[in-house]
Design a protein around this ligand. Structure first.
Ligand code: NAD
Ligand code: MG
Length: 368
């Protein structure tokens, strides 16, 4: 079959991430991750029509004795809810799923987070196999074991740490992904280079056209290297007590932008998560330069790469600097008048700066 790459994730619950084109058609390999007799394939209303029947057929052909059902949830963050979760439990009950059942999560981060949380809860924990179909879910949400749903009071407030049994990333699935979603995922890929790997950053600069064109080989390499970075960081800090915070590079600024736009009500002009992170990383770089931590040239290089990848690098017009600062303040770890931020000393050298003066942040936000 395809020349798949594998990334091993260690820690107390080790698992493998397989990456390559065509992996969703490899029923034999997929079936090895189903330990018992029951598989619930969870997907969303955009992804299921494209890939669910193929995955189900591949599993059946490899293991005819498996009891398999497909459960489709509505696509979109607004459906990552307790009500949708309850529907997954109903589907598991209808299937007669026992302790050795497996939940296969076929879709982006919304499906992965929700189906992963369902697996964490069902009978106090059954296997979850992540089949990510967006670039963001391949390089970020499917790795690391965080699962959750949203409640009206906030995103991801109800969840669990539940590492997957395996992750299978079929790069061919990215061909149907809307280009804007691909670019948003590339922002998170750039993040890994920016936070800890200058050579990967350089490689991304050289490969940017291939990545944008959806080249299988370049994407598989970018995904594998991103997963290696996330896996290594998560392995050293599984419960986010220290180093894992570096994965939030660009995210404090980014989340403030997303929150100010309204998580879903911002219309098509509103930035999606990866785009907000792109802007946020440039703001973090500019903040670092302003504080004398890093050279201006590194900010310029970061902005050039992101722009070449079709990503925004400035705060969208119409957002109030004071309102953005107020959003950033909501982070519980902050001390009065000071913000805890992930900044950098240059490309590949991110670090947590515990007390950044709010006035300096406000000056930066006013500059756009
Ligand atoms: P998503 O799951 O909403 O997918 C984006 C859109 O693309 C959806 O409409 C989906 O139906 C569609 N889609 C997915 N794959 C497709 C394909 N191959 N072809 C065509 N369309 C496709 O969003 P996302 O960006 O993948 O994930 C965002 C979610 O991930 C958020 O809920 C976020 O909280 C979560 N997340 C979790 C972690 C974690 O560590 N658990 C990390 C980062 C993000
Ligand atoms: Mg992110």
């Amino acid at each position: 079959m395809s020349a798949a790459r594998t990334v091993q994730v260690g820690g107390s619950h080790p698992y493998a991430i397989s990456i390559g084109p065509g992996l969703l058609q490899d029923g034999t390999a997929l079936a090895t991750h189903a330990r018992g007799r029951h598989v619930l394939l969870v997907s969303d209303s955009q992804v299921a029509p494209l890939y669910a029947a193929g995955v189900e057929a591949a599993l059946r052909a490899a293991r005819p004795e498996l009891a398999i059902a497909t459960h489709v949830i509505p696509a979109g963050e607004s459906h990552k809810t307790l009500a949708t979760l309850a529907g997954v439990f109903d589907a598991l009950a209808a299937l007669g799923a026992t302790r050795d059942a497996a939940v296969f999560a076929l879709g982006g981060g919304v499906v992965g987070d929700l189906a992963g949380f369902a697996a964490a809860c069902w009978m106090r924990g059954v296997d979850c196999v992540q089949l990510p179909t967006t670039l963001l879910s391949m390089v970020d949400s499917s790795v690391g074991g965080k699962t959750a749903v949203d409640i009206p009071q906030g995103k991801n407030l109800v969840g669990a740490f539940h590492p997957p049994r395996a992750v299978v990333a079929d790069t061919a699935a990215l061909r149907t992904l809307p280009p804007r979603e691909l670019r948003a995922g590339l922002a998170e890929v750039v993040k890994y280079g920016a936070l800890g790997d200058p050579l990967f950053f350089q490689w991304l600069e050289a490969q940017r056209d291939a990545l944008l064109a959806g080249d299988d080989h370049a994407l598989a390499e970018a995904i594998a290297r991103s997963c290696e970075h996330k896996a290594a960081i998560v392995e050293r800090d599984p419960l986010e007590k220290g180093e894992r915070a570096l994965l939030n590079l660009g995210h404090t600024f980014g989340h403030a932008i997303e929150a100010e736009q309204g998580y879903s009500g911002g219309g098509s002009a509103a930035l999606v998560h990866g785009e907000a992170v792109a802007v946020g990383m440039v703001l973090a770089a500019r903040m670092s330069a302003a504080l004398g931590l890093a050279p201006d040239e590194d900010t310029a290089r970061l902005a050039r790469l992101l722009e070449a990848l079709g990503l925004p690098t400035r705060i969208p017009a119409g957002l109030e600097p004071e309102a953005l600062l107020a959003r950033m303040r909501l982070d519980k770890k902050n001390v009065a008048g000071r913000l805890r931020l992930v900044l950098w000393r240059g490309i590949g050298r991110a670090e947590v700066v515990p007390e950044v003066d709010e006035a300096a942040v406000l000056a930066l936000l006013r500059d756009g």
